[in-house]
Ligand binder design. Structure first.
Ligand code: URA
Length: 182
Protein backbone atom coordinates (compact mmCIF):
# COMPACT_ATOMS: atom_id res chain seq x y z
CA UNK A 1 0.00 0.00 0.00
CA UNK A 2 1.21 3.49 -0.84
CA UNK A 3 1.10 6.29 1.67
CA UNK A 4 0.73 9.12 -0.80
CA UNK A 5 -1.54 9.83 -3.74
CA UNK A 6 1.50 10.59 -5.90
CA UNK A 7 2.95 7.12 -5.33
CA UNK A 8 -0.39 5.42 -5.86
CA UNK A 9 -1.16 7.35 -9.04
CA UNK A 10 2.31 6.62 -10.37
CA UNK A 11 1.91 2.92 -9.63
CA UNK A 12 -1.16 2.61 -11.82
CA UNK A 13 0.14 4.66 -14.78
CA UNK A 14 1.18 1.74 -16.97
CA UNK A 15 -0.88 -0.95 -15.28
CA UNK A 16 -1.10 -4.20 -17.18
CA UNK A 17 -2.32 -6.44 -14.37
CA UNK A 18 -5.30 -7.65 -16.41
CA UNK A 19 -6.51 -7.92 -19.97
CA UNK A 20 -8.58 -4.73 -19.82
CA UNK A 21 -5.36 -2.74 -20.26
CA UNK A 22 -5.19 -3.82 -23.89
CA UNK A 23 -8.36 -2.01 -24.88
CA UNK A 24 -8.34 1.10 -22.75
CA UNK A 25 -7.98 4.68 -23.91
CA UNK A 26 -7.62 6.00 -20.38
CA UNK A 27 -7.29 4.62 -16.89
CA UNK A 28 -10.25 5.95 -14.91
CA UNK A 29 -8.61 6.30 -11.53
CA UNK A 30 -11.10 8.34 -9.51
CA UNK A 31 -12.18 11.90 -8.97
CA UNK A 32 -13.22 14.30 -6.25
CA UNK A 33 -12.27 15.40 -2.79
CA UNK A 34 -9.37 13.29 -1.54
CA UNK A 35 -10.43 14.02 2.03
CA UNK A 36 -14.11 13.33 1.44
CA UNK A 37 -16.35 12.03 4.18
CA UNK A 38 -18.40 10.21 1.58
CA UNK A 39 -17.03 7.97 -1.14
CA UNK A 40 -19.02 6.45 -4.02
CA UNK A 41 -17.90 3.19 -5.59
CA UNK A 42 -19.21 2.08 -8.98
CA UNK A 43 -18.43 -0.86 -11.19
CA UNK A 44 -16.17 0.19 -14.03
CA UNK A 45 -15.82 2.81 -16.74
CA UNK A 46 -18.07 2.89 -19.79
CA UNK A 47 -17.25 4.37 -23.19
CA UNK A 48 -17.52 8.02 -22.11
CA UNK A 49 -15.45 7.47 -19.00
CA UNK A 50 -12.80 5.60 -21.02
CA UNK A 51 -12.64 8.51 -23.47
CA UNK A 52 -12.48 11.22 -20.82
CA UNK A 53 -10.64 9.43 -18.00
CA UNK A 54 -13.23 10.37 -15.37
CA UNK A 55 -15.84 8.21 -13.62
CA UNK A 56 -19.57 8.68 -14.16
CA UNK A 57 -19.52 11.26 -16.94
CA UNK A 58 -21.85 9.37 -19.32
CA UNK A 59 -25.61 8.88 -19.27
CA UNK A 60 -25.65 7.08 -15.92
CA UNK A 61 -23.34 9.72 -14.47
CA UNK A 62 -25.62 12.53 -15.60
CA UNK A 63 -28.50 10.82 -13.86
CA UNK A 64 -26.40 10.45 -10.73
CA UNK A 65 -25.56 14.17 -10.90
CA UNK A 66 -29.28 14.99 -11.12
CA UNK A 67 -29.96 12.86 -8.04
CA UNK A 68 -27.04 14.61 -6.28
CA UNK A 69 -28.70 17.96 -7.07
CA UNK A 70 -32.02 16.80 -5.67
CA UNK A 71 -30.43 15.69 -2.43
CA UNK A 72 -27.89 18.51 -2.17
CA UNK A 73 -24.71 16.52 -2.68
CA UNK A 74 -21.92 18.37 -4.45
CA UNK A 75 -19.92 16.14 -6.77
CA UNK A 76 -16.70 17.95 -5.88
CA UNK A 77 -17.22 17.28 -2.17
CA UNK A 78 -17.31 13.49 -2.49
CA UNK A 79 -14.82 11.03 -3.92
CA UNK A 80 -15.91 8.75 -6.77
CA UNK A 81 -14.12 5.60 -7.92
CA UNK A 82 -14.82 2.21 -9.46
CA UNK A 83 -14.03 -1.43 -8.77
CA UNK A 84 -12.10 -1.66 -12.05
CA UNK A 85 -10.25 1.27 -13.54
CA UNK A 86 -10.32 0.23 -17.20
CA UNK A 87 -13.35 -0.23 -19.40
CA UNK A 88 -14.71 -3.75 -19.86
CA UNK A 89 -15.53 -4.24 -23.56
CA UNK A 90 -19.15 -3.73 -24.65
CA UNK A 91 -20.01 -2.57 -21.14
CA UNK A 92 -20.02 -6.12 -19.81
CA UNK A 93 -19.55 -6.67 -16.10
CA UNK A 94 -15.93 -6.86 -15.04
CA UNK A 95 -14.78 -10.46 -14.69
CA UNK A 96 -13.54 -11.92 -11.43
CA UNK A 97 -9.86 -11.90 -12.38
CA UNK A 98 -10.14 -8.27 -13.51
CA UNK A 99 -11.74 -7.22 -10.23
CA UNK A 100 -9.16 -9.11 -8.20
CA UNK A 101 -6.30 -7.57 -10.16
CA UNK A 102 -7.66 -4.06 -9.65
CA UNK A 103 -9.05 -4.10 -6.12
CA UNK A 104 -5.81 -3.19 -4.37
CA UNK A 105 -5.89 0.22 -6.06
CA UNK A 106 -9.34 0.84 -4.64
CA UNK A 107 -8.35 -0.43 -1.19
CA UNK A 108 -5.46 2.02 -1.28
CA UNK A 109 -7.79 4.84 -2.34
CA UNK A 110 -10.07 4.05 0.60
CA UNK A 111 -7.08 4.05 2.97
CA UNK A 112 -6.01 7.47 1.72
CA UNK A 113 -9.45 9.11 1.58
CA UNK A 114 -10.51 7.63 4.93
CA UNK A 115 -14.23 8.09 4.22
CA UNK A 116 -16.79 7.75 6.98
CA UNK A 117 -19.38 6.53 4.53
CA UNK A 118 -19.10 4.49 1.36
CA UNK A 119 -22.04 4.35 -1.02
CA UNK A 120 -21.88 1.13 -3.01
CA UNK A 121 -23.39 1.57 -6.45
CA UNK A 122 -24.83 -1.72 -7.63
CA UNK A 123 -24.18 -5.38 -7.19
CA UNK A 124 -20.57 -5.56 -8.43
CA UNK A 125 -19.44 -2.92 -5.93
CA UNK A 126 -21.50 -4.45 -3.14
CA UNK A 127 -20.22 -8.00 -3.62
CA UNK A 128 -16.59 -7.01 -3.97
CA UNK A 129 -16.54 -4.71 -0.98
CA UNK A 130 -18.89 -6.36 1.52
CA UNK A 131 -18.90 -9.94 0.25
CA UNK A 132 -20.54 -12.30 -2.20
CA UNK A 133 -23.28 -13.15 0.28
CA UNK A 134 -24.80 -9.68 -0.10
CA UNK A 135 -27.51 -9.14 -2.71
CA UNK A 136 -28.32 -5.66 -3.98
CA UNK A 137 -32.10 -6.06 -3.92
CA UNK A 138 -32.18 -6.97 -0.24
CA UNK A 139 -29.28 -4.73 0.85
CA UNK A 140 -30.10 -1.46 -0.86
CA UNK A 141 -31.16 1.36 1.40
CA UNK A 142 -29.72 -0.37 4.44
CA UNK A 143 -27.01 1.10 6.60
CA UNK A 144 -24.26 -1.43 7.21
CA UNK A 145 -21.46 -0.70 9.68
CA UNK A 146 -18.22 -2.61 9.21
CA UNK A 147 -14.77 -1.92 10.61
CA UNK A 148 -15.50 1.72 11.36
CA UNK A 149 -17.01 2.54 7.98
CA UNK A 150 -20.71 3.00 7.23
CA UNK A 151 -21.77 1.39 3.97
CA UNK A 152 -24.92 2.29 2.07
CA UNK A 153 -25.63 0.00 -0.87
CA UNK A 154 -27.95 1.33 -3.56
CA UNK A 155 -28.83 0.72 -7.20
CA UNK A 156 -26.25 1.32 -9.86
CA UNK A 157 -27.18 4.57 -11.66
CA UNK A 158 -27.41 2.70 -15.00
CA UNK A 159 -30.28 0.67 -13.53
CA UNK A 160 -32.20 3.93 -13.04
CA UNK A 161 -32.16 4.49 -16.79
CA UNK A 162 -34.24 1.36 -17.23
CA UNK A 163 -36.60 1.61 -14.26
CA UNK A 164 -38.33 4.76 -13.05
CA UNK A 165 -39.08 3.27 -9.61
CA UNK A 166 -35.41 2.76 -8.96
CA UNK A 167 -34.86 6.52 -9.28
CA UNK A 168 -37.15 7.04 -6.32
CA UNK A 169 -35.27 4.38 -4.33
CA UNK A 170 -31.94 5.89 -5.31
CA UNK A 171 -32.89 9.36 -4.11
CA UNK A 172 -34.32 7.90 -0.92
CA UNK A 173 -31.06 6.01 -0.32
CA UNK A 174 -28.96 9.12 -0.91
CA UNK A 175 -31.11 11.03 1.55
CA UNK A 176 -29.80 8.70 4.27
CA UNK A 177 -26.55 10.66 3.92
CA UNK A 178 -28.38 13.84 4.86
CA UNK A 179 -30.37 12.32 7.67
CA UNK A 180 -27.42 10.92 9.55
CA UNK A 181 -25.36 13.17 11.74
CA UNK A 182 -21.95 12.11 10.51
N1 URA B 1 -20.64 2.94 -14.52
C1 URA B 1 -19.78 2.71 -13.52
O1 URA B 1 -19.92 1.78 -12.76
N2 URA B 1 -18.77 3.55 -13.38
C2 URA B 1 -18.57 4.60 -14.17
O2 URA B 1 -17.61 5.33 -13.95
C3 URA B 1 -19.50 4.82 -15.20
C4 URA B 1 -20.51 3.98 -15.37
Amino acid sequence: MYETWEELEKSIENCNKCKLCKMRQNIVFGVGNKNAEVMFIGEGPGADEDRLGEPFVGKAGKLMDMAFDVVGIKREEVYIANIVKCRPPNNRNPEEDECEACLDYLRNQVLLVKPKIIVLLGSVALKHILGKEYGITSSRGKVIEKKGITYIPTWHPAALLRDENKKIDFIRDLKILQSKDF
